[in-house]
Design a protein around this ligand. Sequence first.
Ligand SMILES: [Zn+2]
Length: 516
Amino acid sequence: MKKLTFFCYAALLLLTISLSAQERDPIIQAIENEAYANSQLKTLAHELLDDIGPRLVGTPQMQQAHDWAVAKYKSWGIFAENQQWGQWKGWERGISHIDMVSPRVQTLKGTQLAWSPSTSTKGVTAELMTLPEIRDSISFQKWLPQVKGKFVMIAMKQPTGRPDENWKEYATPESFEKMKNEREAASKTWKENIERSGYDSRSIISALEKAGAVGIVDNNWSKGFGVDKIFGARTKKIPTVDIDLEDYTMLYRMVEHWDNPKIKVVAESKDLGAVPTSNTIASIKGTEKPEEYVVLSAHFDSWDGATGATDNGTGTLVMMEAMRILKKVYPQPKRTILVGHWGSEEQGLNGSRAFVADHPDIVKNIQAVFNQDNGTGRVVNINGAGFLQSYDYLSRWLNAVPDTIRRHIETTFPGQPARGGSDNASFVATGAPAFNLSSLSWDYWNYTWHTNRDSYDKIVFDDVQNNVILTAVLVYLASEEPNKTSREKIILPIDDKTGKPENWPVPRDPERNGGL
Ligand SMILES: [Zn+2]
């Protein structure tokens, strides 16, 4: 009896060893080896983020990035091209330099917003003013002429420049509560004050411009030390700048105390008329089922307050490096492997929406899309996007992913179809199985997303490398899958408003003529 048990264990052990030996798929092993031994991530990051810089739609840097990516793919022996899908207002950011020149001199931290009209090289020097307490639209109209010749500060003075986590750590609970209540009351007062003018926080800008303001000074604080979100200007002729909270609130207090601070703003830029806007598409042709596609997806454009390192430099790096590795270790895929580096995601998923509209033949034959677009962190969440059978194929693929990577990932099945947020939504809307590889935050939302601090130094290369291997393995397995993946959709939950199940999202038209 004892002997038999021993033999049983021995047999079991042997079986286990041979199974795990079988599980070490040589291609997956090769993907890992290439990713670790020959990583190109730092070189790619340097060339894209340091040398080319931010990639705002319509800028020469966006075009430079497209051309760089095509050249890079060609150097790896991968077919690549830029596919134009529209045109956009062309603009090139020049120098932003903001100084307080009176009552004392201090160089201020700030920058012009995207598409801001240019000043001369000498800039504009003028006094600042804040919005008054507004009683009603009539009194506001009476007050308006006073903005002539002045910079107008259009953002609330924040009560603190410390992030909430910092208060939580150090303040007494009473003091933290008090600050939050004061801040909430101040925001409410600020909003209601603007509403009484007859404008909202956007339309008031053109009223100020028409009344003769020489510039708009904004502060879009991102709730962290030294971080602001930098979006587009709404002025037609006068510059719009964002000044960091630390300096903005100082100027605001000085205005309140009748110090009459004067600032000098140099905000140079070039209006370049209409320019083409494109996606960069690269592909490795399938050998058995070339008409079926596995898609790697990451938007290529960024806002331009910094260099767009985590939105979406890191997603871009993941997809490029995964393509490079796949070409090297899996050069003859069963299905065609295609990567989309989309233009103008930030203005409404425009590049990917144009792609699905222009390539119905590809879209209907998609095996899977893997999109990454929320920062530098390792992937921690994947959801089935509302495809009923996604559990079957996605979990099988994930099972083959090396445990050092898979163990961080939580899955949700069947999940919900994405309705926006990033480019996977453009594909899901057509019924194509498109999945978001969702990253650990690393303070993405406050510190890097669309901010003036979204720069190379925030990249966590180990996590990016983790995502490269994950993506390459998933793409390889999706390509090798014997059958086409199921597109069966779940029945969506009941919509409270209609009493009927929610509808599956539908494709939306891209903006093909932006800012013109
Ligand atoms: Zn993004």
